[in-house]
Design a protein around this ligand. Structure first.
Ligand code: COA
Length: 591
């Protein structure tokens, strides 16, 4: 396949036929998971998509003038589109709310108020925020989970459906969008105010565990619930219920586990995985709770969780294992898919124990929101020496990757339920088979992080799947890849358009078939032979050494780009311009 085919959207199957291709401009605050998924879907449909970050009105106006798009879509905006644009040009706003819902914090309120059903609406930009004519909408059932998880799954799916419908309506040329009319019985949404910390505040003496859980979920991943710990203000994230532990008074920290803290409640206890300290200059960022509170927790007992225990009650766990017949399932649910040194080491220990057992197939399940996003940039940023911590973390990732790659006694499957990025994608390529949900997005590149070279044996793993040329295209272009495109490229072995639950069942079925295959021994032998052949051609140690030589320069060399990019990423510094690899309309210009 020619190197650029997947970039131009000419993938051979899974294409949604489009009436005719259009130039579409995304105006977006950032190229987040929703913008990436829409980018992939519209490109697959034959459209040409260019991206402009919402920096200021002048830049936005200039982007529209240069690109002359047929349509503007705003997947994730924090500011209104300038009037000079929406008066002249159709602009679709993707709003994470049901028809009639208006205002910021749409999803936050939906979680707080425990709505059973919510939705996404595509409306036309006009002078009033979220009050434009409606082009399409979709509903979904709510889950009791973090706002960010709802966003990454239900909202993204509903947004894709409704944007594609709205685009089809637009292309038909005769569709009349529905004006917002609150007298209609089917318009159930209402205007709401921005949610404030005082709406989110936890009253530890009154709120029960479920109420606290809901409040923290509604603010996760941003902005968190402001609370006081040891006399200082922190934003709380990453909550889960504890079924067994108890303590008094409510709010007291009664246990810690792998970086999370457990706090007593009036009717039980709740774990909090992540904290962000409130600072006057807003320079702090999320880190694991135990790391944030460090010396304060010396008296708090560490209550370990045995990843091999069969206890399945509600509690905090980030690595756990389940065996069903001849198949072992290894789960690693790390917050935001970020894997710090200790997490990599812990996961590797568990993996090696599983690899010493009699299971015939090991399935790497990853997490539900992310399979993995590589090294933990926040914990690296937080370290006394970020360069040293980067070095430790990448080596721990490499050790884990190597353990999977050199597994001799089992066949391995990476089951990608959620997105994967950077080193996380290459970690998955260490498995013998890679299966993904069709709706996930892969970002198999490091370059966006200040020209980071990357390791995780990617110089071996990527070309062996897609060839040298395509490996070069993928890593240099830095674009997101949808699972069907990844399949067409040979990056993964199959993808399935299934919900998470059905995907897990499908994986179980495939793993069982593999474990019982009459060819099982031959497959293991082939794998060992191939590994030996590859090793003779170039040892894994040599790939690692070559990659780490580059990484050493990234971490310790004169060029600080990686440290600067990481700082910007972790501190969420708004972009000052749109990178050229996204802003294709600026390719021939310097502006
Ligand atoms: N370390 C720490 N945090 C990470 C992370 C990492 N490697 N990757 C993602 N995150 C965090 C983000 O900061 C964000 O945090 P928030 O909860 O405070 O909002 C959250 O995960 C979700 O990330 P976001 O960028 O919003 O998700 P996305 O789906 O839109 O984009 C990626 C996914 C992978 C493209 C993007 O997160 C990314 O570039 N991550 C960095 C990957 C990387 O360079 N790793 C290091 C080299 S191995």
């Amino acid at each position: 396949m020619a190197a650029d085919v997947w970039l131009t959207g000419l993938v051979e199957n899974n294409c949604r036929a489009s009436a005719s291709s259009m130039k579409i401009l995304f105006l977006t605050h950032s190229f987040n998971s929703l913008a990436q998924r829409l980018f992939v879907e519209l490109t697959r449909g034959g459209h040409e998509v260019s991206v402009e970050f919402d920096i200021n009105d002048a830049v936005t106006i200039q982007a529209v003038e240069i690109y002359q798009p047929a349509l503007i879509i705003a997947p994730f905006l924090k500011r209104a589109i300038p009037e000079t644009i929406w008066r002249r040009q159709l602009c679709f706003i993707v709003h994470p709310g049901i028809v009639g819902d208006r205002g910021p914090s749409a999803l936050d309120w939906a979680v707080m108020r425990d709505y059973q059903q919510w939705g996404v609406t595509v409306l036309q930009a006009n002078g009033e925020m979220d009050a434009g004519d409606i082009w399409a909408s979709e509903l979904f059932l709510m889950r009791l989970t973090k706002k960010s998880s709802l966003y990454r799954h239900e909202v993204v799916e509903a947004a894709v459906e409704s944007v594609l419908v709205a685009v089809t309506h637009f292309q038909s040329g005769n569709f009349k969008p529905m004006p917002l009319d609150y007298t209609r019985p089917d318009v159930l949404g209402r205007r709401h105010e921005q949610i404030r910390q005082k709406d989110r505040a936890i009253d530890w003496r009154k709120d029960n565990t479920r109420t606290i859980l809901r409040k923290i979920h509604a603010a996760d991943g941003f902005p968190g619930v402001l609370d006081i710990l040891y006399g200082e203000q922190y934003y709380l994230f990453d909550a889960c219920v504890e079924e067994a532990l108890r303590g008094d008074p409510p709010g007291e920290i009664i246990a810690k586990r792998n970086g999370a803290i457990c706090r007593a409640t009036v009717d039980g206890a709740i774990w909090i995985g992540q904290l962000k300290r409130k600072t006057v200059d807003n320079t702090s960022f999320k880190i694991s709770a135990a790391l944030a509170l460090r010396d304060r927790l010396t008296e708090v007992p560490e209550i370990p969780f045995d990843p091999f225990s069969s206890c399945r009650g509600e509690t905090y766990r980030d690595v756990w294992y389940e065996r069903r017949q001849d198949v072992g399932y290894l789960y690693f649910e790390f917050y935001n898919g970020a894997m710090d040194t200790a997490q990599c080491e812990r996961l590797r220990e568990v993996y090696l124990t599983v690899a010493r057992s009699s299971v015939r197939v090991i399935v790497l399940m990853g997490g539900t929101d992310f399979w993995s996003n590589g090294v933990h940039l926040n914990h690296i940023e937080n370290a006394t020496s970020p360069a040293d911590e980067s070095w430790r973390n990448i080596n721990a990732m490499n050790d884990l990757t190597r353990a999977i790659l050199t597994t001799r006694d089992q066949l391995t499957i990476a089951a990608l339920q959620g997105n994967a990025g950077a080193g996380g994608v290459f970690l998955s390529l260490a498995a013998d088979y890679i299966y993904a949900r069709a709706s996930i997005i892969l970002n198999p590149h490091y370059k966006g992080m200040g020209n980071l070279y990357g390791s995780e044996y990617w110089t071996y793993l990527l070309p062996r799947r897609v060839g040298e040329n395509m490996a070069n295209t993928i890593t240099q272009k830095r674009l997101p890849i949808g699972a069907p495109e990844a399949y067409n490229l040979g990056l993964i072995d199959a993808c399935f358009a299934l919900t998470q639950l059905k995907f897990q069942k499908k994986i179980e079925q495939l793993a069982k078939i593999l474990a019982a295959s009459p060819n099982y021994v031959a497959l293991l032998q082939n794998k060992a032979r191939q590994r030996e052949k590859d090793e003779q051609k170039k040892p894994l140690a040599a790939y690692r050494a070559d990659e780490l030589r580059h990484m050493q320069l990234n971490f310790y060399g004169f060029d600080p780009s990686y440290h600067v990019a990481r700082y910007h990423f972790v501190h969420k510094i708004p972009h000052a311009w749109t990178p050229l690899y996204l802003a294709r309309h600026r390719h021939n210009r310097r502006s």
